[in-house]
Design a protein around this ligand. Structure first.
Ligand code: PLP
Length: 444
């Protein structure tokens, strides 16, 4: 067996030096150690369906879609050309979660799902859903029950937005624990919705720990635990069946001759892990998911390399700090020091790989996407655009393609770059991102 292992020392060196790099998976005997069934994902899909009429009533922006929180799959030929990706190497699409209603990011999937699952649980407990009519959950009686309960979460920003907005729309009390570096506009947006924002001095992981501890003391508080939550992961996974329909409508076949590559930004790994899981269940080995991380916050790559025993001297779940990195990045949605072990255990056996991206590249790609396709994203959401080149132009990427005999099929491949957030970024902030990207692009 030729394997990626001879390349591992180079990848670890790149990682330590904060140089963009790619680690490819599916190399050894690694198995996923946490199995999630197709039924579990289907339950999440059905939960979204049950709540759709209620969501359409609570959120005017969901009326047109009948309460479904979904995003389009968009062809991006000009962006593909700007990225220098020849059509001989497949066709490039954007899965436009940057415009997801309600939360303005991919967190609208996981975060909303977990709040809905909790609301359903409380409602059933109080006999509020006896005739199965979910519209009843907007009644004064139901809201009075929800008002006695709190939903809390630790967040760098976007997860807090999603959980806070959905929880308060249903009538729950909501508290979001944020790290000091969380963006001011995200805090303001939450406070405007009546969400309590608790600021913590340390990083994201410390905000989560502090929030978890406070919630443990309160039986009427549900803490959404980004690092361990299966409900979040299932909410993200529920994106896959709908994406499969969209691919069908776009006449994109996925099979042994028509490969699917998905490049998706990764923080703790819940969102990309859920998406990868859902796609694996539908397309099996023909879906190749690659996670994108900032060079100074590559927690998921670190978790995978530790699993391959490539980081001797460190524990089984090292943080990026233990490799000498500082976790500083403008991609605030991805500034996470330690991966979700749940997500890692779910995807380990089938993950295509993980690649890292410099902040400057995020801004360049944010600018290119605006100037070629008129799409407006936040820096975190740009991380996937380096994926095709990382795969096609790195030694580890080419080795992966060769090993799986994929090189001959690239012309018929579908590349999906998942853009994960942006809708609610304030104009002034976006203008700065754009100017920075333009300047970097001109000097690149
Ligand atoms: C949260 C987030 C991600 C990654 O999700 P994780 O579950 O933390 O891996 C990617 N992009 C954006 C914009 C996000 O807010």
């Amino acid at each position: 067996m030729t394997s990626a292992y001879p390349l591992l020392p180079d990848i670890v060196e790149d990682l330590r030096q904060a140089r963009p790099t790619l680690w490819a998976g599916r190399g050894g005997q690694t198995q996923s150690t946490h199995h999630v069934s197709v039924e579990q994902v289907q339950q999440a899909v059905q939960r979204f369906e049950r709540f759709a009429p209620l969501l359409a009533q609570l959120f005017p922006e969901l009326q047109a879609s009948g309460g479904r929180i979904e995003s389009p799959l968009l062809a991006v030929p000009q962006m593909q050309a700007a990225l220098g990706l020849s059509p001989d190497l497949g066709q490039c699409w954007v899965k436009a979660d940057h415009g997801l209603p309600v939360a303005g990011s991919i967190k609208a999937r996981g975060g909303v799902h977990e709040v809905l699952e909790y609301a359903e649980h409380i409602a059933l407990q109080h006999g509020l859903l006896q005739d199965g009519d979910y519209l009843q959950l907007a009644s004064d009686q139901a809201r009075a029950v929800f008002a006695r309960h709190q939903v809390a979460v630790g967040s760098t920003g976007n997860l807090g937005l999603s959980i806070g907005v959905m929880a308060s729309a249903l009538g729950f009390k909501a508290a979001v624990h944020m790290s000091a570096d969380a963006k001011e506009w995200k805090k303001q947006r939450l406070r405007l919705r009546g969400v309590q924002v608790v600021e913590h001095a340390g990083d994201y992981a410390q905000a989560v720990a502090a929030g978890r501890k406070l919630a443990e003391q309160d039986p009427f508080c549900h803490f959404v635990d980004d690092e361990h939550s299966l409900s979040l992961l299932l909410g993200y996974a529920a994106a896959a069946p709908h994406l499969a329909q969209q691919l069908g409508q776009a006449a994109c076949v996925v099979d042994a001759e028509h490969l699917l590559f998905v490049y998706i930004p990764c923080g703790v790994g819940g969102a990309p892990g859920g998406v990868a899981l859902g796609l694996q269940q539908i397309f099996g080995e023909h879906a190749h998911c690659f996670f994108a991380e900032p060079v100074r916050s590559p927690c998921f790559m670190v978790e995978m390399l530790a699993g391959e025993s490539a980081l001797p001297g460190l524990g089984p779940h090292p943080s990026v700090y233990e490799l000498g990195m500082d976790n500083h990045t403008e991609a605030d949605g991805l500034a996470v020091p330690s991966a979700s072990q749940l997500a890692a255990d779910v995807v380990r056996g089938f993950l295509g790989g993980v690649f890292t991206v410099e902040d400057a590249t995020l801004f360049r790609h944010l600018y290119l996407l605006e100037s070629t396709q008129g799409m407006r994203i936040e820096p975190s959401a740009a991380a996937g655009f380096s994926g095709p080149q990382a795969l096609l132009n790195s030694e580890a990427g080419r080795d992966y393609l060769q090993r799986h005999q994929l090189l001959e099929q690239m012309a018929q491949a579908t590349h999906i770059v998942w853009t994960t957030g942006g809708l609610f970024v304030p104009e002034a902030e976006y203008a700065q991102f754009l100017a920075r990207g333009q300047k970097l692009q001109q000097t690149a």
